[in-house]
Design a binder for this molecule. Structure first.
Ligand code: SAH
Length: 258
């Protein structure tokens, strides 16, 4: 096999997304359009939804039961969740498994980038109040959160995670250079963008951006990114200045003029 057909074979393999869910029809859903949709068509990634209901018991293929200790809602059974995950892992091979959960570690750009470097992932979607804790312990699952709010199921979290991962796969976005400047890559939020018209409702594009001086434009953008991050996200800013102590010494204004 030639080197180029080897690469072709790699590409055909694609990044494997396995989703265990009570609503397999939801997938690929919005991920079937736009950038991720084209990447799905060309085999850059593949999407397989596994029906959790198929592992349920009884005539209604029940997957949940009432919470031990009482209280509202229902809990996904450990034995059923485990059967579904074990079967999926048998098919999928050795891929990282993520359990969307408001208790999890916050999903970050770094996590998306790490996952994009791998071969794929298994996403275990909960509904109801959650899943029996023994299932999480037995499989030593990594819980990841989309943010400090409650969704009605893991599926919406999986859409967001997969979207963040897929756009980082080789060839999905036109220019990979644009990843390097995006928010969070360097613990900084992005600088502001402008495009034509040059003047709109009395607001002009900052003159430096039309100066053609690439060095000064880069310095201006860096200064704005730092200014916005310091103002909006003290948590990111603290991490940034820990790595770039010099940035803390000069006021963000220093690079504004010119
Ligand atoms: N009773 C739970 C919330 C259950 S919401 C609690 O108070 O923590 C039902 C399911 O939706 C969760 O089990 C989880 O799989 C998913 N989910 C809800 N909010 C989420 C979030 N912020 N991030 C990731 N998954 C979430």
């Amino acid at each position: 096999m030639s080197a180029s057909s080897d690469r072709q074979a790699d590409r055909q393999e694609g990044w494997q997304a396995h989703i265990i869910t009570l609503f397999p029809d939801m997938f690929p859903g919005p991920l079937g359009t736009s950038l991720s949709g084209r990447a799905l068509e060309t085999g850059t990634w593949a999407c397989q939804a596994h029906d959790l209901r198929a592992f349920g018991t009884g005539p209604h293929r029940t997957v949940d039961d009432t919470p031990a200790g009482g209280g509202a809602g229902m809990v996904l059974r450990a034995d059923i969740a485990s059967a579904a995950l074990t079967e999926t892992r048998n098919q999928a091979g050795d891929l990282p498994v993520l359990l969307p959960s408001p208790r999890g570690e916050p999903f970050t750009q770094k996590m998306a980038a790490d996952l994009a470097l791998g071969k794929g992932g298994v996403f275990m979607c909960n509904r109801f109040e959650g899943v029996d804790e023994r299932f999480i312990e037995a499989h030593d699952l990594r819980e990841v959160s989309m943010g400090d709010y409650i969704l009605s199921g893991g599926e919406m979290a999986v859409f967001a995670m997969l979207d963040a991962i897929i756009r980082l796969l080789p060839g999905v976005m036109g220019s990979s250079a644009s990843h390097d400047e995006e928010s969070f890559t360097d613990d900084l939020l992005e600088y502001p963008h402008y495009t034509r018209p040059a003047s709109w409702q009395g607001r002009d594009i900052p003159a430096i951006l039309t100066s053609g001086n690439h060095g000064e434009i880069a310095a201006w953008r860096r200064a704005r990114a730092q200014e916005i991050t310091a103002a909006r996200r003290p948590d990111l800013w603290a991490r940034f200045i820990a790595r770039n102590p010099a940035a803390a010494l000069k006021k963000p204004d220093d690079e504004k003029s010119g």
